[in-house]
Design a protein. Structure first.
Length: 165
């Protein structure tokens, strides 16, 4: 009976070692490629797209937005109290080709459609603050009130995405 008990213990040890081996294999994969394997594709990552409110031209997708977290502001004599802080009403995006020549230090982001040319936001290589308190440098800031959030359908045309890059 000691032999029957022993294999059970060995199986448990092997399972634990097997799990450790699997974790070690994952670490080796990341060391070889230098990247963590990505399960989801970029098309799955972009849940929605953003278009100019005036002419409806698609400008960017969720995958182009630079994520940031809200900074807790301390109460001060200047500015709104922490309870009255507004949520983010702007999006900071990566530089995209439709933005045109952004070699100047600061400038306006205009809709690329010739007939529209609506002001969408601003850029600054020095950086800009978000109204939540986070500082972005460099900053390509788009006012969310000037763009429409379009839910992305499964049949979204890949050419539309390629045109905004």
């Amino acid at each position: 009976m000691e032999e029957q008990d022993r294999p059970v213990v060995q199986e448990q040890e092997e399972d634990e070692k097997g799990e450790m081996k699997r974790e070690a294999e994952k670490d080796e994969d990341t060391e070889e490629t230098g990247q963590i394997p990505n399960v989801s594709s970029q098309s799955e990552a972009a849940v929605s797209m953003y278009a100019c409110r005036r002419c409806r031209r698609v400008l960017f997708a969720d995958e182009h937005i630079v994520p940031h977290s809200k900074v807790e502001k301390l109460a001060s004599a200047v500015g709104p109290s922490p309870t009255k802080q507004r949520s983010c009403n702007m999006a900071f995006v990566e530089p995209l080709t439709w933005m045109g020549d952004v070699h100047e230090m600061t400038g306006k982001l205009l809709c690329p459609t010739e007939r529209c040319k609506a002001k969408l936001g601003v850029w600054s290589w020095h950086g800009l603050p978000c109204n939540c308190g986070q500082w972005h440098c460099p900053a390509f800031q788009i006012q969310l009130r000037r763009v429409d959030n379009l839910p992305r359908s499964a049949e979204a045309d890949s050419l539309e995405i390629q045109n905004i890059l």
